[in-house]
Design a protein around this ligand. Sequence first.
Ligand code: HEC
Length: 176
Amino acid sequence: MKTRAGAGGVVMAVVWTVACGARAPGVCGDDYEATVADFDCLLALPEVKGVRVLNRCGAQPAAEAILRDGAQGARFPVGTILQVIPTEAMVKRGPGYDPANHDWEYVMLGGNPVGSRITDRGRAEVHNPVGSCLECHAGARDYDFICAGGHGCDALPLPHTALEALQRMDARCLPP
Ligand code: HEC
């Protein structure tokens, strides 16, 4: 009986991994390189202070707590994906990815439907029409580059309510 349950667990883990295109919790190792399948419908993801937060490496409670507490100096665990709009994300990579800038990878998602393709990813060179992601987010360097909460970034041209409206339009949330 025990063996069967164990095998069932393994099967479930494999099914979950294949179905979600993601790694099972806790198996990321030292780094986490997201694929497009790791970015889900935003409305289905946990939300803290208006930011969607998902940790793909088994550290979901820690990631949520850092966002909730907003403490100066705290660093997000590897495998954390943060988003406010469907087309842009920050992904916490392993130590060494960009040590001077806390190892964040900035990701742009596009394609048709929106979110079906990674169109750009990297460090300071990644930008949206307003500017370089990293350069603007560096205003919040002491808060692990998290702008939400008035941490010192230049403002976006859209109020947070408009960003929430964009979340509700996320094409990945529509039934197939
Ligand atoms: C001009 C400054 C600026 C630029 C450029 C910018 N952002 Fe932001 N970003 C912000 C601000 C301000 C917020 C907080 C918005 C809010 O909560 O209302 C934010 C929020 C976010 C968040 C939620 C976590 C957080 O830091 O609050 C993510 C993820 C994010 N931006 C990713 C990106 C990516 C990826 C790019 C580049 C493609 C980018 N941003 C470019 C200013 C900027």
